[in-house]
Each structure stands twice: as structure tokens, then as C-alpha cells.
Design a protein around this ligand. Structure first.
Ligand SMILES: Nc1nc2c(c(=O)[nH]1)N[C@H]1C(S)=C(S)[C@@H](COP(=O)(O)OP(=O)(O)OC[C@H]3O[C@@H](n4cnc5c(=O)[nH]c(N)nc54)[C@H](O)[C@@H]3O)O[C@H]1N2
Ligand SMILES: Nc1nc2c(c(=O)[nH]1)N[C@H]1C(S)=C(S)[C@@H](COP(=O)(O)OP(=O)(O)OC[C@H]3O[C@@H](n4cnc5c(=O)[nH]c(N)nc54)[C@H](O)[C@@H]3O)O[C@H]1N2
Ligand SMILES: [Mo]
Length: 784
């Protein structure tokens, strides 16, 4: 007889996509009360003249089908264009203390913010405030700081180029480079590691390359959920016979089998397309070792081939002409033992050799990767190992080949391009000075982890958040919650209510902003914004829906309002003019960044334009002018640190969420329905540790910085196909386990995906915030 599985846990047998995706869309429309009206909105998504999907940063194909259907893009759009509203009445009914006890899911599902609000400590409520009064008060408080570096300016990656540019212009003229942004928690290892390897911190491929690649290697990303439009090129590649190799601890359904929801024949005959030709379940955190193993096998095979006078497997002319460090790199590979590589990666030598053979046989290879690579203590090293593999066969800067980091937020790459960085270059600051006539600060500022530490320690006094949900997205809620509550001033620009907004500072403002789908009308007429996708294409985005209320303002308008009030006589920038006509903001961007030449003309062409990428042209902007091999020395150490009680925990996105935004409680492809309070591990490991599926457990960190409150409580064990020694649960529920100090020392990205943990039978609940419920996190009790 079949064993009874825990409530809401089922085996999912179908391919990803297909009718299930269409059904899920119908229910998303219904949940947001958008039955018929939702359809025209979806039709304008990712079409020339329409708006850019606020979902992911995957580029748009040149010849868009009637509409590029994407279940999760559709959810992002319906979530934003919902008719539900959170206005002054709502806040009159709810104190912050009572809102705190709700789940994150509930908070955002209440609807769009409609009025500028100010927190009143006497009533414990947000109350309406007039825009100008708010700007004046904020200006007074900012100007009362002892030093501009007491201000932190956070950017979440949905902000447009125009909003981001104004934000950094304001901050730098105010006097700080404190620009923590969501990139710090996401692809910072790419921004730090790739420039060392190839001189550019961005991907080198275009969509055309996916049509030409003979081999695509996918490491640590889950496109069926997080970049669904990427499934079309993967499916096409598989159908024309290209190989696809996956390295992922979980067997993600879309990487196994996919059924295109826009292909009628496939849907009618339910003949799905197999995606991966080889699927290897690498150990959590074992990627650098696996990549090293593949390189070791390949270099050894090449030496053997050449000794036997057979054709070489590496691109030696490329290595000699374009790279540095090959000798030391191959010597290090030779000295690293297979035993250590197998233990650290959890993969067999035979499997890694087989990948090396596929790779050797391919004339053009793309490696795609996501958070499974970046969010580790070794994130930067992991990215550089991928670059090594590509360099061995000259797979950068040739058709059908290259490196493809899957960016997260739809404009996270663009925000960086236009100046959201805590480590600005001298060249950029000089141009800012020349164009705007002020001396920008030169000292580097805070990234996310530094900014939270500064808040916790009282060094930061004020924060302005351009979108996002910083206190939930960052590691260490123990530090974030305390830090936010100690501030003198917190200002949030947001579309919807979230938990970070409930952390009241001495003065707290919550401003409603226009979203991507909204018509943005300014004095000069209807405005377009611009964004840059994962493949460096810059294009315009125009919303068309009536905004939630006439009080809602655009991000550029609000930032200009704050800047004008704060910098008063100090700035020669005409903030009002910029906010009234975004063409003028783009002209300013073009003056500072020459690669945006003819910006306004070029975004008026459908599809926009591509920013130049030196590495894709084999120009290496590294200090030595070459592409560099990087040695990773950590394999042996990793292979020996084995306390059998400790599992390595990775944090995942469910299918029904967008980062901290929870759209629903299902994770369909992993067979989870109606709940988020689960911990996945394989049945052998459950048994070895004395548990069975369905047991309720608490999880603690097994790190030096363990403290009694670094615990997550009440997770139900679910058996799932994962490698030995590993377990997985959802982001952001596991956040209390990630100490601020647990991060990649090279780039400060928190190690959200390799947390050493111990599991134990559930104790009586400690503090509310650590106990996970079916709805995810609810703050049962205010954090002390
Ligand atoms: N619908 C939707 N779309 C999104 C988002 C969303 O939340 N929802 N978020 C956006 C953002 S900001 C981002 S950054 C991207 C994120 O997109 P992804 O990078 O796909 O993000 P994650 O869900 O964190 O998934 C990581 C994948 O890595 C695997 N993994 C975990 N640990 C390891 C490991 O140690 N090694 C390897 N090789 N694999 C591992 C997991 O099994 C999972 O398949 O998506 C963007 N798009
Ligand atoms: N454990 C763990 N932690 C992680 C991760 C992980 O994989 N595991 N992933 C990390 C990653 S990759 C990222 S990118 C970060 C994400 O960190 P953030 O970007 O800070 O978080 P989001 O959840 O995307 O932000 C959601 C909020 O953005 C606001 N919003 C939505 N649209 C708009 C808009 O158009 N304008 C404005 N102003 N506001 C808007 C809404 O109020 C919504 O509540 O989290 C990181 N944290
Ligand atoms: Mo991200």
C-alpha cells in the first residue's frame, strides 16, 4: 500500500508548462479580480509599444508571437494591475502591531497603495500626508544628519534607468556612495568575478547564440519558474538536436520535460519536449569542485590526444593569443585529487568525464547560471570557474557560445549601468562632476550587508528604499529588524505593502508609486521608461492602465521632489524639469555614459538597442589586457569538512512567488500545494538522521555565529530527490539562519544557498517570527 504523504504533498508527474500553466493563469486573474480586463493587459506585455514585463530580465525575441505567454510573467502583471486597493481606510482599520501578525502573502495581497502616508506613533497607524509636507520634513531630517554617509539608499531592480539615474544623482550630490542594491544579494559574484576573468561583469551572449549553440550547460537556475520565456529557446535547442547538460541538486521538472503552452499541437497531443540530455545532481555548494573536475578531465584528455598526435581538444591558439594563467591553472588541476573532487561535488569521476567529452565534442557552448552558483561563500570563485571552462575552448566571443548569467529583476542590470553602485569608478564620478558641476564623494559606500550592519550598529540613521523589501530579502532578520527600528528616518517608495514597511523608524514615510503597467503622465505628456535586459538590450516600456489613484506618483517624480527639497540652493540640477520630461533624464544619462549615444532616438525604434560588450568582441578590459584563468583552491578543504549530523541547506523560490512577494501557496512542479512550511531532503537522509517524512522539525545553523534565535521552527519534512548531505527550503522563510557575516568575502553576497544546518524534533515555539506556518512567515509577536 502507498504510504500516506503529508497534507498537500503529491508526486508531480506532468511536464512543466502545458495546460497546468494556462490553468494557473486563469486562477491568478481570478484571484486579482481581473477576469476579462486582464487579457488586454497581458497582450501588451513585451510587445513593441507596450510595457516591459516586470517579471524577469530575460530578453524579448525579435519576432514576438501573438503574445509571449509566460505564466509567471502573467502573475507579475496581474499582481500589479489588480483593482484591489490599500488606501487610508485600510490603514485607519489596522495598526502596525496588528499588521505585523499577518503573513507576507496577506500583506501584499491587500492591493495597491493609493496615498502618501506617514507613520503616527501615537496611533500606531499610517496616516495620509500631503506630498510637499512630506518632502519638506524628509529634507529637514536629511539635512540634520551629522554626515551624508549616515544615509543608505537602497534600490530594488525593478526601478527604471530614469529612476535609478535620478536616485544616484541625488545621493551623490547629497554626498554619499551608500547604494546598497538587490544585486548585492544576487549577481554580485558576476559583477566582481567576471571582470577579473574577462573584463566585463555581464553576459556575453544574445538570443541568436541560443539558435547556434551545440551545447548548453545550465547550472543552478530554474527557468521553468524564474525565467519561463527562456524555455522557448531551450525547447528549440533540444528539438534541433543540441545537447543540454544540467547541474542542479534538484531535478527541476522544466529542465527535464517541457510542454510549450503556446504550441497547440504539443498541447493537444501532450507530446512534451525532453530538455536535459544529461542531468547531474551536484551537491549543494559542490559546483566549483564539479567544474574543476570537468576542466581536469578535459585538460588531461587534451594532453593524451596531443601525445597520440590526435586533434587537440582545447583551443590552444585562443589560449595563447587571448588568455593568461593557463600553465598555473592546469598544474593546479593536475594536483587536485579525484577523490576530493568526487566528495566535494557529490558526483562521480565517470559523470564528470562524460560532461568533459560532450564539451570537447561541441564547437560552440553556452553556460547559463543563476543563484545556485552565486549565493555561496564561494560565489565569486564559482563564477570564475565557469569562465575557466569556457576559456579552455575559446567559447567567449564566438557565435553560439558565451557566458549567460540569468539576471533577476527586470532592470537590475540597467540600474548598475546607470550608476547604482557602492563602488563607482573614478571615470564615472569625473563625468558626473563635469556634467552637473558638483564634486561627488569618492570614498566607496555600503553594499547591502554593510548597510544592515551600519543600521544595526547605529552608524546609519536614515534609509530611502526605491522599491523592494529589504528587511525580508536580506539575511539576518535579527539585524535587519533591529536596524530599521533604530533609524531616525525611513522612506519607502512602493507599489504594495510589505513587512519592511512595518518596521517603524522615528519618522517613517510610505509613498505609492506607479508600476510598469500604469500610464505615466507628466507635464510634457505620456512618458516612456527604459530598461536593460540580461543581454544588454535597452528598450522603452510604456504602461497604459489608469493609476490606482490620482495621488500616486512616478518614481522619478518622487525622487525629484525629495532631491529638490533637500538640496535646495545646493544643486544646479533642474529636478522639476527632469521629472516632467524623461527625455531630459535620458539626455543627462547620455552625457554621463557615452555608450548611450542617441539614447532618445534609439529607444524609439522597436526593440531598442544593444549596449556594447567588449568581451563579446574579444577585447579584454582586465589590468593585463587578457582573459584570465582563476585557480580555486577550496576543493580539498570542502571535501573533508564532514560532520555527519550537518546538512547543507539551500533556499529556493517556489513557483508561486516573486522574491518576497508570495502570489500563492503552491509549488506545483515540486508537488507542494497550499503550504510553504516544508523542508526537503532525500528519504535515505531522513532515515539516517532518525526521521520520517511528515515529521515536524526545527532547524538551527551549525556555524560559529550560532545563537539561540538563529532557528527556524515548525517545518514539515518532505522527501524529495536531493543528493545526500543536502536539504532545501523556501526563501525568505529560512532567513533567520543566515548570519550577516555568512557571505562571500570577495563580494559580500550572502551565502543563502549553502547554509550548514542541523535538524531536530520541533520544540515549543520560541518567538513568532521564527515559526513558519502554512502561509509562510507570520510575525506572531513583534520582534523584541
Ligand atoms: N517567477 C519568478 N521569477 C523570478 C523570480 C521569482 O522569485 N519568481 N526572481 C527573480 C530574481 S531576483 C532572480 S535572481 C532570478 C532567480 O532565478 P534562479 O537563479 O532560478 O533562482 P532560485 O529559485 O533561487 O533557484 C536556484 C536554482 O538553483 C538550484 N540550486 C540550489 N543550490 C544549488 C547549488 O549549490 N548548486 C547548483 N548547481 N544549483 C543549486 C536550485 O535547485 C534551483 O533550481 O529569478 C528572477 N525571476
Ligand atoms: N534566502 C534567500 N534570500 C534571498 C534570495 C534567495 O535566493 N534566498 N535571493 C536574493 C535576490 S536574488 C534578490 S534580487 C533579493 C530581492 O530583494 P528585493 O528586490 O528587495 O525584494 P522583492 O521581494 O523583489 O521586493 C518586493 C517589493 O517591491 C515593491 N515593488 C514591486 N514593484 C515595484 C515598483 O515598480 N516600484 C517600486 N518602487 N516598488 C515596487 C513591492 O512593494 C514589493 O513588496 O532577495 C535576495 N534574498
Ligand atoms: Mo535577484
Amino acid at each position: 500500500m502507498m504510504k500516506q504523504r503529508p497534507d498537500g504533498i503529491r508526486d508531480y508527474e506532468d511536464p512543466a508548462g502545458g495546460w497546468g500553466a494556462l490553468k494557473a493563469l486563469a486562477s491568478a486573474l481570478k484571484q486579482q479580480q481581473l477576469l476579462v480586463e486582464g487579457i488586454p493587459t497581458l497582450l501588451k506585455q513585451n510587445q513593441p509599444g507596450g510595457f516591459d514585463c516586470p517579471g524577469c530580465a530575460w530578453p524579448d525575441p525579435k519576432h514576438t508571437s501573438a503574445f509571449e505567454f509566460c505564466e509567471n510573467g502573467a502573475k507579475a502583471v496581474t499582481w500589479e494591475s489588480t483593482p484591489k486597493r490599500v488606501g487610508p481606510d485600510f490603514f485607519a482599520q489596522h495598526t502596525l502591531a496588528s499588521l505585523w501578525t499577518r503573513s507576507d502573502y496577506w500583506l501584499e495581497d491587500q492591493g495597491r497603495l493609493t496615498h502618501p502616508l506617514r507613520y503616527d506613533a501615537a496611533t500606531d497607524r499610517y496616516e495620509p500626508v500631503a506630498w510637499q509636507a512630506a518632502f519638506d520634513d524628509i529634507a529637514g531630517r536629511l539635512n540634520a544628519l551629522d554626515h551624508p554617509d549616515q544615509l543608505e539608499l537602497y534600490t530594488s531592480g525593478r526601478a527604471s534607468n530614469e529612476a535609478a539615474f535620478l536616485f544616484q544623482l541625488f545621493g551623490r550630490q547629497f554626498g554619499t556612495n551608500n547604494f546598497p542594491d538587490c544585486s548585492n544579494m544576487c549577481h554580485e559574484p558576476t559583477s566582481v568575478g567576471l571582470p577579473r576573468s574577462i573584463g566585463v561583469g555581464k553576459g556575453t551572449v544574445t538570443l541568436d547564440d541560443f539558435d547556434k549553440a551545440e551545447l548548453i550547460i545550465s547550472i543552478g537556475h530554474n527557468p521553468g519558474t524564474n525565467h519561463p520565456r527562456m524555455m522557448t529557446p531551450l525547447r528549440n535547442a533540444s528539438r534541433r538536436g543540441a545537447k543540454i547538460i544540467v547541474l542542479n541538486p534538484l531535478r527541476e521538472r522544466a529542465l527535464e520535460r517541457f510542454e510549450a503552452p503556446q504550441a497547440p499541437i504539443e498541447m493537444a497531443t501532450t507530446s512534451s519536449t525532453p530538455i536535459a540530455s544529461r542531468y547531474l545532481q551536484v551537491k549543494v555548494g559542490g559546483d566549483a569542485a564539479a567544474l574543476k573536475g570537468i576542466c581536469k578531465a578535459l585538460v588531461a584528455k587534451d594532453e593524451a590526444a596531443r601525445a597520440a598526435d590526435r586533434a587537440s581538444l582545447l583551443d590552444h591558439p585562443f589560449i595563447a593569443g587571448h588568455t593568461a594563467g593557463f600553465e598555473a591553472f592546469s598544474a593546479d588541476l593536475a594536483s587536485c585529487s579525484w577523490g576530493a573532487i568526487e566528495r566535494a561535488s557529490g558526483l562521480s569521476r565517470a559523470d564528470l568525464e562524460a560532461i568533459a567529452d560532450d564539451y570537447a565534442a561541441s564547437n560552440s557552448t553556452i553556460v547559463c547560471y543563476g543563484m545556485g552558483i552565486t549565493q555561496h561563500v564561494t560565489g565569486t570563485a564559482n563564477v570564475q570557474q565557469i569562465a575557466n571552462l569556457l576559456l579552455l575552448k575559446g567559447n567567449i566571443g564566438k557565435p553560439g557560445a558565451g557566458i549567460c548569467p540569468l539576471r533577476g529583476h527586470s532592470n537590475v542590470q540597467g540600474d548598475r549601468t546607470v550608476g547604482i553602485t557602492e563602488r563607482p569608478s573614478t571615470e564615472f564620478l569625473d563625468r558626473l562632476r563635469d556634467v552637473f558641476g558638483f564634486e561627488p564623494p569618492r570614498a566607496f559606500g555600503h553594499s547591502v550587508v554593510d548597510s544592515i550592519a551600519a543600521m544595526r550598529e547605529g552608524r546609519a540613521k536614515a534609509v530611502i528604499c526605491l522599491g523592494g523589501n529589504l528587511a525580508m530579502a536580506a539575511s539576518d532578520p535579527q539585524a535587519c529588524f533591529k536596524g530599521f527600528r533604530q533609524l531616525d528616518l525611513a522612506v519607502h517608495l512602493a507599489t504594495k505593502l510589505n513587512r519592511t514597511h512595518l518596521l517603524a523608524a522615528r519618522a517613517t514615510y510610505l509613498f505609492p508609486v506607479l508600476g510598469r503597467t500604469d500610464n505615466d503622465l507628466q507635464v510634457s505628456g505620456r512618458q516612456a521608461l527604459t530598461v536593460e535586459d540580461s543581454m544588454s538590450m535597452v528598450h522603452a516600456s510604456r504602461g497604459f492602465l489608469t493609476p490606482p489613484s490620482d495621488q500616486v506618483r512616478s518614481e522619478p517624480a518622487i525622487l525629484a521632489g525629495i532631491a529638490k527639497a533637500t538640496l535646495a540652493g545646493r544643486s544646479r540640477v533642474d529636478w522639476e524639469a527632469l521629472a516632467g520630461n524623461y527625455d531630459l533624464i535620458r539626455d543627462a544619462i547620455e552625457q554621463v555614459f557615452p555608450e548611450f549615444e542617441a539614447y532618445n532616438d534609439r529607444i524609439r525604434k522597436p526593440g531598442g538597442f544593444q549596449l556594447p560588450n567588449a568581451a563579446a568582441m574579444r577585447i579584454w578590459n582586465t589590468p593585463n589586457g587578457r582573459a584570465n584563468f582563476a585557480i580555486f583552491a577550496g576543493v580539498e578543504e570542502d571535501a573533508t569538512s564532514a560532520d555527519p549530523e550537518v546538512l547543507r541547506l539551500t533556499s529556493l523560490r517556489a513557483h508561486d512567488q516573486y522574491n518576497t512577494t508570495i502570489y500563492g501557496l503552491n509549488d506545483r512542479y515540486r508537488g507542494v500545494f497550499g503550504r510553504r512550511d516544508v523542508l526537503f531532503a532525500n528519504p535515505r537522509e531522513l532515515e539516517r538522521l532518525g526521521f520520517v517524512e511528515g515529521d515536524v522539525v526545527d532547524v538551527v545553523t551549525a556555524l560559529d555565529f550560532a545563537r539561540p534565535d538563529r532557528i527556524v521552527q515548525g517545518l514539515t519534512l518532505v522527501s524529495h530527490d536531493l543528493p545526500d548531505g543536502c536539504c532545501a527550503s523556501y526563501y525568505p522563510e529560512i532567513q533567520p539562519l543566515v548570519a550577516l557575516e555568512f557571505r562571500d568575502p570577495d563580494c559580500l553576497t550572502p551565502s543563502y544557498k549553502s547554509i550548514p544546518v542541523k535538524i531536530m524534533r520541533a520544540q515549543a515555539p520560541l518567538a513568532g517570527d521564527r515559526a513558519v506556518t502554512r502561509d509562510g512567515i507570520v510575525g506572531r509577536r513583534p520582534d523584541p
